[in-house]
Design a protein. Sequence first.
Lengths: 128, 389
Amino acid sequence: MSETKNPAPPTNPETEMFWKAASEGRFILRKCTACGKPHWYPRAICPFCFSDKTEWQDASGRGTIYSYSVTRRAAEPYVIAYVTLEEGPTMMTNIVDCDSKKLAIGQKVRLVFKPAAAGPPLPYFRPA
Amino acid sequence: MTRKASAYIAGAFEHPTRKAPDKSVAQLHAEVAIGALEDAGLTKHDVDGYFCAGDAPGTGPLSMVDYMNLRLRHVDSTNIGGSSYLLHVAHAAEAIAAGKCDVALITLAGRPRSQGAERGIAPRRDNPVQPDFEWEHAFGLTTLNTYGMCAMRHMYEFGTTSEQLAWIKVAASHHAQHNPNAMLRNVVTVEDVINSPMVADPLHRLDSCVVSDGGGALIVVKPEIARSLKRPLIKIIGTGEAVRGQLGGAVDITTSAAVWSGATAFAEAGVTAADIKYASIYDSFTITVLMQIEDLGFCEKGRGGEFVSGGNLIAGVGRLPFNTDGGGLCNNHPANRGGMTKAIEAVRQLRGEAHPAVQVKNCALALANGIGGQLGTRHGSATLILERE
Ligand SMILES: [Zn+2]
């Protein structure tokens, strides 16, 4: 996975700030100032209270593995995962720079940006 | 809560093909339509409502209505993946109750096996404009690994084991041995399943459904027409539909939308899971079955592993005979969408037309549940409760 670069995600006006921050090595989350909750994936409209008073906030990049699966039927096996961020929301990612046999749900992980085939880098996680 | 007016499933047909390199998708749709109409004792000219989903070629119902040259009063192409056709039965019953149509035709067909589509393995070719695509596609999300994550989390939360999941495949294989059309007719053991190659941890190859060509169709009619036909009266007494996703980031992938669609359907039917004699449960993977069984209330949440063990899903052996045609795990999974065949086998059981080796005695009440999309990201669930009158 670390050798094969994944395709760059398409971007749109609603989320381009996330990818701009990622290019600068910053991991940001979208949070609602009306109900106070951060959410994932980032949206202009809060999925909890429908307020449009949402803004970006810096995130810690710390989290724990919620679930994962090693995809064996691939040119290079890789680990898809959901990681629950310290701030609350759970996001889809890959666990990289790891021995897939030693992973566990609940394990602490830390965000690492890695280049995509083109465009901004992608947010991955590796064992903390 | 009881339905004020109901409708009946008068026709059901499953295409016998499992590989159709010499037919078009539209042709398969028309062939299953003919089969279901013949089964009901109706003709093309009786159809005044048509229902199809994402497998129908063209924009919604437009191309297939034109291909079959139907003259209709009502169309519906709600697409919630493989569970669409169970939802269509519900919507057809609603349309009939509202007087919008009298004879509804629902079709499903596809040929992913001939076309060589490996949907489970390849990253999904979803629409880049859909809002979730940006946050998932680049990480190599596939159908296989999203269900793998569900199984992994279920094992973590509830102690479910690979051996318990394997029992689901074992039960399906016991049923498939009696189905001459089934793709996999060999009876397998728990050891066979857990010794098959791991494809997306903790799921093995034999935890996964088959890829097949084929299709199926249903005819839903108003009560007066049902009573005029020569077929057993299979009444739709409860329906439910629900969509569930990542909940704004409060992700919970060990519970499916069946927890909502099932509750709605049971409340409407006025029966409980304990009353159900036979269940068709969508079986894209073994974990899919396990989660639905829990969420529909056949056992307590988290106890599904114990429930399915020891042959409890095998007809004539266990408490809850399921997928007596062999299901998606062994029989077929036409167009990678298994909801249609779930309804068809439930109708066979209620009519007493299942294979004698798997026919449930006095089967007067059955349930069919479908999951469409992906349990691990976002999916639809549709529940049908059917009664032989
Ligand atoms: Zn809010």
